[in-house]
Write a protein that binds this ligand. Sequence first.
Ligand code: ZN
Length: 233
Amino acid sequence: MNFHIHTTWSDGTFTPEIIVREAIKKKIDKIAITDHYETKKTSSIPAKYLKMYLEDIRALRKKYSDKIDIYIGIEVDFSPRTDIDSLPDFSGFDFVLFEYVQDSLWEGYPLWMLFNIQRKLKAPIVLAHNDISRNFKDSDITALLRVLESHRIGVELNTNINYTKLGEPYYRLAYDIFYAMKNYSIPISVGSDMHHNLEELGEVNDALNFIQELHLEKNFKLFLKEIGGKNER
Ligand SMILES: [Zn+2]
């Protein structure tokens, strides 16, 4: 599985169809395409093309439905680089990744602002590649887990090398937080943030191992349940 993949719809190298075919070749059962929503940071999908993006991925989902499950996601840069006030409701999307939440190094907006935005959204929310041990170092772990649970905000385990420090992925550096997470209904997703290298499609094993090591299977199933929700497949 891999729930964080970029394509030519934003700053990725490959078209969605090339990615789907490669994923089938690699025997991956579930993928999510998660291109960037309109941001000044990188090449991204303008609001007016969202519908086309949705239709494009939906068509692929149908075409390859007997070979792979395809989910439709999108990634929002939660910072002044995005026009957060006119964010669409993302209805029709399986989930929305929010990057840089509470991340001061990237001018990320605080988590409480995401709660306000959430009321207007019609898709589940997941924090993408969050450096949770740094961004929430001043927060009480129990309080953080409680608010994530009460708002049903998920957390992603991202295996991309960009989200590591001293060779360790951010999620392993937040061991205490994830250790406690099994006691909370917080969805957990996995992804590699693939942009340019098809080999990265299958590179989520460390995240899946981490889920097993910390007994987070229920949280992972919760994510699958959330994204498999109301949209017809
Ligand atoms: Zn990404």
